[in-house]
Design a protein around this ligand. Structure first.
Ligand SMILES: Nc1ncnc2c1ncn2[C@@H]1O[C@H](COP(=O)(O)OP(=O)(O)O)[C@@H](O)[C@H]1O
Ligand SMILES: [Mg+2]
Length: 480
């Protein structure tokens, strides 16, 4: 369908076209010129020369009496050029379109062919391509194999996107087990609805075996240790023949020298004992379930301490990495919610250990079939090495200027116009960059309501509180 013709200056990056009067043109629709230049509409501006002149505007009432100013309305669309279509393939552009070339909309069937969006038994669909409103079929392995990130502010639809993805994996029989780091206990229902596929585990039930009583882990669980304390700890750990916190404490208690440092250290180790994270029930049996194709939902919502959260995440990830390297478990997708908590942009934070292993997996994991899905509402605080390794980036709504600035610096496929549209996305709408040759705007489907995270707004929280705790009571009615 013809929608206009090329005007003004054009180059191989982009061009503008005058939109035909009756054309229905949506932003982000793909267009092609009669010379085969293929691109996407990234901006549409409505103009009116009569009303653009400030000096004329003061006579607006007069103008209205004599002419219908809307007759002067016209629109100019700006197109980002992607390539030159020949024989159903998109090639590099060598010469820009010429002014006067006609422009037409690329219809859905044509677009499907060019992008390879056909449905097949290898593909899944978790949403619709905008503005076409057509099912978005893609190869899930392409999304997962080089790590992906879902970055957006709170309430933008990140968890729903993960839920619909897991739902599709399950329904389409994608045999890639998933481990979800479920920080807010949003995915528990998967283990109820699909008990054959998903197992839910409370992080409190994960105990670390004695082999993890090492200086790295112990020192990351407590506040900064002095050099002397570190030295004492190191030598005490090296003398442990049967590793347990109690044995470590007895070794320390039996020391005669440097009493002050030793005592301070003992107090800190007692603190670790209270955390109750080392014990008999190791990770073995939990991680072993992956061998039977089960996916694990690990509920970290009971973890109130960031150090424990980071340490447990570290140990889990390290085990997955090592076992995957040795081929003991199938390839796995690890989804990390609130990833900025586990891998921040700063060094020496409470999340030092999980940050270490996550960056390692981001760099090396794909070689071993250990893939990451990184979810975060604060891309700005997310570790840069990890961010740089996310080949597919899914941006839902983001408004924070720091986060947007950061997004701009890491997303190679997106134009300024694309970035500036991110704050205006509606819940569930996203730009997917890096999955296909060109970025695509999509709207995710809502996951099955039984699976959806129970994101609650304040009003429903208030209602629910009073529902559970009885009707509102007034102070004067209460007998103190
Ligand atoms: N694809 C979607 N279509 C329509 N509404 C959506 C979609 N995704 C999310 N929402 C709405 O936004 C709310 C928050 O979604 P959620 O996935 O929990 O956001 P986040 O994880 O980013 O905080 C949901 O309860 C739902 O009402
Ligand atoms: Mg969420």
């Amino acid at each position: 369908m013809e929608v206009g013709f090329v005007i003004s200056q054009s180059d191989i990056q982009g061009y503008s076209f005058l939109v035909s009067k009756d054309a229905k043109l949506d932003n982000n629709v793909f267009v092609i010129t009669d010379s085969g230049i293929f691109g996407r509409v990234v901006n549409i501006a409505n103009m009116n020369n009569l009303l653009m002149d400030q000096d004329v505007l003061i006579y607006y009432d007069e103008i209205l009496k004599h002419v219908a100013p809307e007759r002067e309305n016209y629109s100019i669309a700006h197109v980002k050029i992607y390539g030159y279509v020949k024989d159903n393939r998109i090639n590099r552009v060598n010469s820009p379109p010429k002014p006067g070339d006609t422009v037409r909309i690329v219809d859905w069937n044509e677009l499907k062919r060019l992008f390879g969006l056909e449905e097949s038994d290898q593909s899944i669909s978790i949403g619709y391509v905008l503005p076409y409103e057509q099912e978005f079929y893609f190869d899930p392995y392409r999304l997962v194999e080089k790590h992906f990130g879902v970055l957006a502010m709170s309430g933008a639809g990140k968890s729903n996107m993960i839920s619909i993805l897991l739902q599709e994996f399950t329904q389409r029989g994608i045999d890639l087990p998933v481990v979800v780091f479920d920080i807010h206990n949003e995915y528990y229902n998967f283990s109820q609805i699909y008990p054959d596929r998903f197992v839910s585990i409370k992080s409190g039930d994960i105990k670390l075996s004695g082999e993890y009583i090492n200086t790295d882990v112990v020192s990351s669980l407590i506040e900064d240790l002095s050099e002397t304390q570190l030295y004492i700890l190191d030598s005490a750990i090296s003398r442990l023949d049967s590793p347990s916190i109690d044995n470590l404490l007895s070794i320390l208690r039996s020391k005669d020298d440097e009493k002050r440092s030793v005592n301070a250290l003992i107090r800190k180790i007692l603190h670790i004992r209270n955390m109750d994270i080392f014990g008999e029930i190791g990770l073995e049996e939990k991680i072993g379930m992956l061998k039977y194709g089960k996916s694990l939902i690990i509920d970290f919502s009971d973890s109130t301490n960031d150090r424990i959260l980071s340490t447990k995440a570290y140990v889990l990830l390290k085990e997955l990495f090592e076992r995957r390297k040795r081929g003991e478990i199938p390839p796995v997708l690890v989804i990390v919610e609130e990833a900025h908590l586990l891998a921040s942009n700063e060094t020496n934070t409470e999340s030092r250990l999980s940050q270490l292993i996550l960056t390692r997996i981001a760099r090396e994991g794909r070689k071993f079939g250990l893939c990451l899905g990184i979810i975060s509402q604060r891309p700005y605080y997310l570790n840069q090495t990890i961010m740089a390794q996310l080949n597919v980036q899914i941006f839902l709504r983001i408004v924070n200027p720091y986060d947007l600035e950061y997004v701009k610096s890491v997303s190679e496929q997106l134009t300024e116009d694309d970035i500036s549209s991110i704050p205006n996305l509606l819940p569930g709408e996203a730009i997917i960059s890096g999955l296909l040759k060109y970025p695509l705007f999509v709207r995710f489907k809502l996951a099955d309501s039984r699976l959806r995270s129970n994101y609650t707004d304040l009003r429903s929280m208030v209602d629910r509180y009073w529902e559970v705790n009885g009707r509102r009571r007034y102070l004067k009615d209460i007998d103190f």
